[in-house]
Design a binder for this molecule. Structure first.
Ligand SMILES: Cc1cc2nc3c(=O)[nH]c(=O)nc-3n(C[C@H](O)[C@H](O)[C@H](O)COP(=O)(O)O)c2cc1C
Length: 181
C-alpha cells in the first residue's frame, strides 16, 4: 500500500531535473564533521538514477567535502510547498573519483557557471572586497558527489489525515511503513 507514495516521491524527484521551477531542484544538505555541529546548505540536484542515487556538484575545497571525508553519512531535505510534501533522506555520500565521468559533467556545466569552481582562494576564505575575486584561468576544483539513500521519510500534510511513511532499503529493496504523522 505504501508503493504508490514511493512512486510519487520518485517521480517528483525525477521531474525536478526537467522542470526548472520544480522545488525539488534545490535541496538542503546536512553534514556532520568531527566538530559535531550539523552544517546545512542548499545545493542543486543534478542527477538522479532509477535506483535513486542523487548527484550534486561542488568545489572540492569546500567545507562540505571536508565533512564528507570525516563522516560520509548525510541527510537531505526536500520540500514541495504546493503539495505540502516533505522528503527527508538519509544516505551515504561519496566523492566521484572517476576522472572521465567528472570531465564529462564539467563539460556540461554552463560556461558562465564554471567560474564558481575556479576561485584562486578556497570557498569560505575571508576577503576585503566581494567584487575583487580572482579566478584561475585554466584550473578548476569541480567535483561531483553521489549520495546513495538508505532511508526516505515521506510526509504529506493533508486533511483529514496527514500521511507519514518511512521507507528503508534492505538488499536493494525499499520497504515502507506508515507512521503516526
Ligand atoms: C540557490 C542556491 C544553490 C546552490 N547550489 C549549490 C550547489 O549546487 N553546490 C554547492 O556546492 N553550493 C551551492 N550553493 C552554495 C551552498 O549553499 C553553500 O553556501 C556553499 O556550498 C558552501 O557550503 P559549505 O561551506 O558548507 O561547503 C547554493 C546556494 C544557493 C543559495
Amino acid at each position: 500500500m505504501t508503493e504508490v507514495f514511493f512512486q510519487e516521491l520518485k517521480e517528483e524527484l525525477q521531474k525536478s531535473l526537467v522542470q526548472k521551477k520544480h522545488p525539488f531542484r534545490y535541496f538542503t544538505l546536512a553534514t556532520l564533521g568531527l566538530e559535531k555541529i550539523p552544517r546545512l546548505r542548499t545545493v542543486v540536484l543534478r542527477k538522479i538514477t532509477e535506483e535513486l542515487m542523487l548527484t550534486f556538484y561542488t568545489d572540492k575545497r569546500s567545507k562540505k567535502i571536508m565533512h564528507l571525508k570525516e563522516n560520509n553519512k548525510v541527510s537531505l531535505l526536500f520540500y514541495h510547498p504546493k503539495k505540502l510534501l516533505q522528503l527527508r533522506v538519509e544516505g551515504i555520500a561519496s566523492i566521484v573519483q572517476d576522472k572521465t565521468k567528472t570531465k564529462d559533467s564539467w563539460n556540461g556545466v554552463q560556461p558562465k557557471s564554471r567560474k564558481d569552481y575556479t576561485t584562486v582562494n578556497s570557498p569560505g576564505a575571508e576577503i576585503d572586497n566581494p567584487d575583487n575575486i580572482s579566478y584561475l584561468p585554466d584550473e578548476n576544483f569541480f567535483c561531483m558527489v553521489e549520495i546513495i539513500p538508505f532511508k526516505i521519510e515521506y510526509l504529506k500534510l493533508k486533511r483529514p489525515n496527514h500521511l507519514r511513511i518511512r521507507y528503508s532499503k534492505t538488499d536493494d529493496d525499499w520497504q515502507g511503513e506508515f507512521l503516526v504523522p
